[in-house]
Design a protein around this ligand. Sequence first.
Ligand code: AMP
Length: 403
Amino acid sequence: MSTDGAKGYNKKSVTDIDVAGKKVLLRCDFNVPIDKETGKIRDEGRIIAALPTINYLLDKSAAIIACSHFGRPKGEFKPEFSLAQVAESLSKHLGKPVKMAKDVVGPDATSLAAELKPGEIMLLENTRFHAEEEKNNPDFAKKLADMADVFVSDAFGSVHRAHASTEGVSHYLPAVSGFLLKKELDHIGGAISDPKRPLVAILGGAKVSDKLGVIKNLLKISDAIIIGGGMAYTFFKAEGGKIGNSLCEDSEFESVLSCKKEAEERGVKLLLPEDSVAGAEFSNDVEAKTFDSDAIPDGMMAMDIGPKAIAAFTKEISCAGTIVWNGPMGVFEFSKFAEGTKAVSEAVAGCGAISVIGGGDSAAAVRKFGVADKITHISTGGGASLEFMEGKVLPGIACLLDA
Ligand code: AMP
């Protein structure tokens, strides 16, 4: 995919700078899921995902000072939020020792960092053991930066936050992306700034208020926008439709009507689900009945798009050159209301278009329906990918050196 037109996302990466013999502060996403009963790492996916950048840097004779946040220790040292078991797992995957610091910017971290040799790696303790991290405190950022010569950012899931370890350090060190972050910039940035047309955006999920920013930005660049999921019913009710007990945000009527108007003015096709599958309560143990989406009886809640909507949506998807998708078409966690999200997943995977999926529930859906390997890019950052698609300037991206 061409990313030549990816204005503002054309940033330097690790391959654009000389790292040999340098100390690299590497911001990773080691915010791994933990098994509640054993307290052990439940899924090492994020650790494994960090390996390409780490191996590249080590092969190039850099010394790596890795760092990450982990959970919400609220600015205090709490042993249950220690990254020590991440260091063990990382060491196992790298086949070499990972020196674990006892602190973040204290005497242990700074002396380990000072002694670190090319080709060696250490891990700082959880950056959120200091309240200064989330406050983007310049002194704390400088202490982090002082240990290194270069900053490599590889934690896409945190780039929408201006924290000391995601943005602050870039005021003191040359900053570039690692491979994981570069992939996100190329794929999401490419899809929204230089898409192969037609660009079809698919938006779903529960709350329309969460997605209005994305709808507004995608209206400027898309050829068609498909809207499904709980958020669709605010559109129907705003126009006087009957939606029973379906999700609705009355406070957003004006906003959704203005989105519809803007779509008309811009000639963007806006597709809403003509029909929906509803049940008497938010449960899988109900009878599923299909109705027109603007004529849902009292007491019924729409929890999936219906067969006519599936036909219309999949037809539109089949013509797409590029697809961006964020949010499921219904309550896909319930088998009786999963059909719409399943059909859209399969259509996106099978249509041959460049497909970019924001993290979170739509990513979970393509995995659940077994088509994840046919998607061009599944983002690792839910919140970050949403803000990226909103066209916002993300502080952890803006701070990187321009290519
Ligand atoms: P979001 O985080 O806004 O993308 O919303 C994702 C959640 O929306 C999923 O857990 C879905 O079960 C839920 N969802 C999607 N469609 C509906 C619907 N029609 N009614 C209630 N919840 C829905």
